[in-house]
Ligand binder design. Structure first.
Ligand code: G3P
Length: 216
């Protein structure tokens, strides 16, 4: 499963890239709004750090506006992927961009019918939001299972990009289900490497080594 980071913070992206595990980045208008400075310049900088897709979202609501915005966003970097909301106009835009050979990420997916439509429209990635479903007492991971099954059933090329990840369990379950990508905040990437038994084990190894290291 590919690891994307879900942030517009350049330092977090650089840190994740330095780990050597970073396959791509997803941003959205809310994430860009948290960072100081021109959002376009931030996106341009991100595209240079990451050797992989960088999702940048359109804000127009109509097909023509989305296509015009996509053309502007593509100028920021070759690895920009156009994030399009799951709406009827968005589906039309996905089709147009797919015909132009432009990679897309269909966002704000909350049920499997939406995911199926995104794939039929030619989206490169479809982003079901698991955490926001969990927030309203719907199991977000059930949706990931449905998306993976449906795409497999019909040999659809669209990649399931698990979004709105809130913790390691989401990542582990997504990988078990065969989801193609997980996008997660920096905090979750850090949590993934942690286990209390790893910490205890390491402490014990180091303590034992202290006892014998000066023996000759
Ligand atoms: O980028 C889309 C998605 O990952 C947002 O997550 O935590 O705002 O629900 P969240």
């Amino acid at each position: 499963m590919k690891f994307f980071i879900d942030t517009a913070n350049v330092r977090e992206i650089q840190d994740a890239a330095d780990l050597g595990l970073l396959d791509g980045v997803t941003t959205n208008p809310s994430l860009l709004a948290k960072e100081p400075g021109d959002p376009r310049e931030i996106l341009r900088e991100i595209t240079k750090i990451v050797d992989g897709p960088v999702s940048a979202e359109v804000t127009a609501l109509d097909h023509d506006g989305m296509i015009a915005e996509a053309a502007e966003l593509k100028k920021l970097g070759d690895n920009i992927v156009i994030k399009i909301p799951m709406t009827l106009e968005g589906l039309k835009a996905l089709r147009t961009l797919s015909r132009q050979g432009i990679e897309t990420n269909c966002t704000l997916i909350f049920n499997s019918a939406q995911a199926l439509m995104a794939a039929k429209a030619g989206a490169t990635y479809a982003s079901p939001f698991v955490g926001r479903l969990d927030d309203i007492s719907v199991d977000g991971m059930d949706l990931i299972e449905q998306c993976c099954t449906i795409y497999r059933n019909y040999g659809l090329a669209t990649q399931v990009l698990v979004a709105s990840i809130r913790g390691p369990i989401h990542v582990q379950r997504a990988a078990m289900l065969g989801a193609h990508v997980g996008t997660m905040p920096a905090s979750v990437i850090a949590q993934l490497a942690k286990h209390p038994l790893t910490d205890i084990g390491l402490e014990r190894f180091l303590a034992d080594w202290e006892k014998v290291k000066n023996r000759s």
